[in-house]
Every structure is written in C-alpha cells, then in structure tokens.
Design a protein around this ligand. Structure first.
Ligand SMILES: Nc1ncnc2c1ncn2[C@@H]1O[C@H](COP(=O)(O)OP(=O)(O)O)[C@@H](O)[C@H]1O
Ligand code: SF4
Ligand SMILES: [Mg+2]
Length: 326
C-alpha cells in the first residue's frame, strides 16, 4: 500500500517575464516505513518537490497540475487550516538551509515550544519540556542547546535541532532536504547514520533528498533519480547503483567514482577532502523531447522531439529512456 502518492505533478516559477518549468509530470509513490532517496543535480527540482508536498512553495511558484495523495486526500486541494493539521503532525520537513530555517533572534527553547504548542495547544509547560528534551536526545544533542541562539551553534548542531523539530509531533513522513550538505564529512556520516537508526526505530517513512549519490545509496531503500524537473529512473537503491539504467544515472555514478578516486588521493596528501559537488548541469530550455538530450551520448533524432515515459524494466526498477522503450 502507498503512504504518499504523487501523480503527474507539474510546477513552474515565474521569474520576470520567464516561466521556469521546475517539475514536469512527476509521479512516484512512497511506501510505509521506507527511506526513499531523491537524487539529482542542483536545479533538478528536488526542493520544489519537497515544498510542493508541504504546500510551502514561494509566491512566484504555481502548481500547474497533478495531485499529492496522502491518507486518501489530495493535499493540493486542502484548505490552509486542514494543511496545518497535517504539517508537522503527519508530514514534517528538515529544510535545506539550517541557518535560514531557524530564527536568529529567538532561543531554541522558544522556537521548539512554538512549533509544539501550535499543534498540541493543551500541553502544559512540563510536558512541553519533556517532549523537547526527548526529541533532542533522539537527535543526539544535549538539552543545553535549549537556551542558546542559532548563531551560538555549529552547523551540525543546528541540523540536529531541525531533526529534533521534525520529530516533535511524531509524524508519519519526514522529508529531509539535503540534510548533511555543507557539513564536514564526519558529521555528515554521523547524522546520516542517526537518521537511519531513528527511522528504523520509530518506523516513520523518510524522504532523503540529495545531490550526492553516496548519501542516497548509503541511506535509501529505493531511489528516485531526477533530471531537469523529471523523474528519469526509480528503483531499489542497490539496483540503481549496481545496474543503473538511465544514461544520466550512469554519468552520476562515473562522476562519483572520479570524486572518490580524487578523495583517496587527497586524503593521502592530507588536504581538504570535503570536495565541492561537481555539477553536470541541467538545461531548462527543453520543454519537448528528453530532458537529457543535450548531454546524452546515445541521443537520436527521436529524443529531440519525443519525451520518453517511465517504463518498468524489471522488478521494481523503472526508467524513462528510449534505449529501453523503443
Ligand atoms: N523561488 C524561485 N524562483 C524562481 N525559480 C526558482 C525558485 N526556486 C527554484 N527555482 C528554479 O527551479 C528549478 C528547480 O529548483 P530547485 O527545486 O531548488 O532544485 P534543487 O533543489 O534540485 O536544486 C531551478 O531551475 C531553480 O532555479
Ligand atoms: S531518451 Fe534518448 S536522450 Fe534521453 S536518455 Fe535516453 S537515449 Fe539519451
Ligand atoms: Mg534543493
């Protein structure tokens, strides 16, 4: 049974006189108790996807079509009041930028308390404190942070506070948007391990969004690969990494292997090994044809004018490419 179902979601942004198609007919499902990885380069539409599910898109965004079904309801049709009863309690998000997501002028205690009381107004102060402390412990951070301001904390600590915040109301789904980007590798590793342990202990479903294939493959049961606002491949993470189908996924893996080789070399020479991500770029000018056509070594004339659709290749593994769908 599906816990969350996205059907044909399309979203555009208005930027001056231009419309940017950030998501184009995105469809996939999320199962109960799974970690679903969303993998794609910067600009491929991952955060837009998270914000669409949370109905928290910026004002210049427009949902052109599609539905997000959760517990039999289309979240895109709900009123603001109905949505407020779902946000945090049923679905919560660990947003992409921890510095921007926390108020700089309020102590962590006040920020966590506000979230909790908004959804559980009947709690008394003692219960609020107990819950905040319990969630901070789960996120592996000391309760001392309650009396701190965000600028007094490291990036890893702020990220753990956002994880604790996402757990406050015991949601069924947690969406973690680039949960470790910008952190040092040791903290990245620890936080990902903790998120995985939390998910299996608590049994919620988690969507982990990342541009980094190693983050996704080390955490997720299944992987959705996005390119240019479209889903290009979905499958069990093991199959996606061991037998990638889409030329873009293969390219990502090659880039990853190159980075790990360099990383090894750099580690040996004791230089900084938190390498910046190497982008392979996304072209948004294409509204017809395959989104990957300009970079694809296998592209044919057909790829320029016709858009491939997701087709099942084997088991739970789907790809959108004419190499598999002639
Ligand atoms: N607020 C915005 N206004 C205009 N364009 C935006 C906005 N946010 C994102 N975009 C554009 O939408 C596309 C998808 O962005 P985003 O969802 O942030 O991708 P990702 O999270 O994969 O990096 C990009 O081309 C980006 O420039
Ligand atoms: S449909 Fe064509 S351009 Fe797109 S990934 Fe497949 S072969 Fe390449
Ligand atoms: Mg993003």
């Amino acid at each position: 049974m599906n816990l969350l179902e996205l059907n044909e979601i399309s979203v555009e942004y208005q930027l001056g006189k231009n419309n940017i198609l950030a998501l184009s007919n995105v469809s996939f499902s999320m199962y109960p108790k799974e970690i679903l990885g969303i993998l794609g380069e910067s600009g491929s539409g991952k955060s837009t996807l998270a914000l669409t599910i949370m109905r928290a898109l910026p004002k210049n965004a427009r949902i052109i079509g599609g539905e997000v079904i959760f517990n039999g309801k289309n979240l895109l049709n709900l009123s603001e009041d109905e949505l407020n009863s779902i946000r945090w309690k049923e679905i919560s998000i660990i947003p992409q930028n921890s510095m921007n997501s926390l108020s700089p002028v309020h102590k962590i205690r006040d920020q966590l308390r506000d979230i909790l009381l908004l959804h559980e107004p009947k709690l008394d102060e003692k219960e609020v404190i107990n819950i905040m402390e319990e969630k901070l412990r789960l996120a592996n951070i000391s309760e001392d942070v309650l009396d701190k301001f965000p600028h007094q904390l490291s990036g890893g600590m702020r990220q753990r506070i956002l994880i604790a915040a996402s757990l406050l109301c015991n949601p069924e789904i947690i969406i973690a948007d680039e949960p470790t980007t910008g952190l040092d590798v040791v903290t990245q590793y620890q936080i990902l391990k903790e998120l995985k342990n939390l998910q299996s202990a608590k049994g919620f479903s988690m969507m982990i969004i990342s541009h980094d294939i190693s983050v996704i493959s080390n955490t997720s049961h299944r992987t959705v690969v996005m390119y240019g606002g479209k889903v290009v491949e979905i499958g069990p993470s093991d199959s996606v990494v061991e037998s990638p189908l889409h030329p873009y996924t293969r390219m990502l893996l090659e880039v990853q292997m190159e980075i790990s080789k360099k990383t090894q070399n750099e580690l040996h020479s004791r230089t900084n090994f938190n390498k910046p991500h190497k982008s392979v770029g996304v072209n948004f000018t294409h509204h017809s044809g395959c989104p990957f056509v300009q970079r694809c070594p296998f592209a044919t004339e057909k790829c320029k004018t016709e858009a491939p659709t997701l087709l099942k290749v084997n088991n739970d593994h789907y790809v959108s490419c004419f190499l598999f769908n002639k």
